[in-house]
Design a protein around this ligand. Structure first.
Ligand SMILES: Cc1ncc(COP(=O)(O)O)c(C=O)c1O
Length: 318
């Protein structure tokens, strides 16, 4: 577990389905706000390393199969995350018998890119059938509008609906924790690419200087994006925007209407602020792109472009 400068661990919730000894020791030492117990090995590790009571939440599965890509559904009973509902009562008894674990509440997270609010409400209702606590962490998961056809609820409506459901099913005197990620930041990022080749065959492939090295969402989840050329005018063509990696799945968008894509042009892919930079990788020795913050007509470099020296810095020769 690593903390960035300025981060306040006391306001943090510590997650993970595979926390190592070192992770657990670091979280305890940092006096983390809430330790989310995901499994019985977490309990064993807290017992081994805690010297004073650790505030904890228990991650449970609300038995909800979220309507999203299966890789992003995390609230069903066979999920690798949390305790299945049939084992929750036993887990609570076991944890409450530990003097150094202060179990304050329950945590659940049904998945990501969830566009239907009734799924969050169903999870809250399901969790209300479990033993009651003063704290409920509802996780994140609110979906974002990636393409014109997506209908994503606003953050305001989401907050209103989940808070109302908590008050109805769990009572008004509970602490609610929310962990939105994608819905807060996806729209604040765009990816800028340079067109490298344009191949007009049975399909038109517009290949750019990036791809699954900086955007895994398409190949992992089939996420749809709507790229556009950064120039006005020109004849519209239906194109597949592809990356530079050696996989056919290395695609950024299929059937994208683009105006006259030419080698050297800039192409933008909007709504890439979430899960793109964080999942960037060096497949095919691709160098990770820089991150530039822009606001009010001004810009500043936030993360510099990766260099070949960065890439080989950990290689041990001989
Ligand atoms: C436990 C937990 N909370 C919150 C989030 C954030 O989810 P989202 O970005 O869909 O809001 C995640 C994402 O993986 C998560 O695992």
């Amino acid at each position: 577990m690593a903390l960035r400068a300025g981060a306040d661990p006391a306001r943090m919730v510590f997650h993970g389905n595979a926390k190592s000894d070192a992770d657990v020791k670091a979280a305890i030492k940092a006096n983390i706000g809430y330790f989310v117990i995901d499994n019985f090995d977490d309990v064993r590790r807290i017992k081994a390393f805690a010297e004073r009571p650790v505030k904890a939440l228990l991650r449970v599965s609300p038995s909800i199969v979220a309507e999203t890509h299966k890789s992003m559904a995390t609230g069903h009973d066979e999920s690798k995350f949390g305790i299945p509902s049939v084992q929750v009562a036993d887990a609570i008894s076991l944890i409450q018998a530990e003097p150094l674990i202060d179990l304050r509440g329950l945590h659940f997270h049904i998945g990501s890119q969830v566009l239907k609010l009734d799924q969050f409400e169903a999870a809250i209702e399901a969790v209300a059938r479990l033993p009651r606590f003063p704290v409920y962490d509802l996780g994140g998961g609110l979906g974002e509008r990636y393409i014109r056809g997506d209908h994503a609820p606003s953050i305001e409506l989401y907050a209103e609906r989940v808070v109302r459901a908590v008050h109805k099913h769990l009572g008004e005197n509970v602490e609610i924790i929310l962990e939105p990620g994608r819905s807060l930041i996806a729209k604040s990022g765009v990816s800028l690419y340079r067109v490298v080749t344009v191949k007009c065959g049975l399909r038109t492939h517009v290949a750019v200087d990036g791809g699954m090295g900086d955007n895994l969402e398409v190949s992992l989840y089939g996420q749809k994006f709507e790229p556009a050329m950064v120039k006005p005018g020109g004849r519209m063509e239906i194109c597949d925007v592809v990356g530079r990696h050696c996989e056919s799945g290395d695609t950024l968008a299929v059937n994208a209407p683009l105006n006259d894509p030419q080698v050297g042009d800039l192409l933008v892919v909007p709504v890439t602020g979430a899960y793109c930079f964080t999942m960037a990788n060096n497949y095919n020795a691709a160098l990770k792109p820089p991150v530039v913050f822009c606001s009010g007509g001004r810009s500043r470099l936030a993360v510099r472009r990766e260099t070949f020296d960065d890439l080989i810095a950990r290689d041990v020769l001989n």
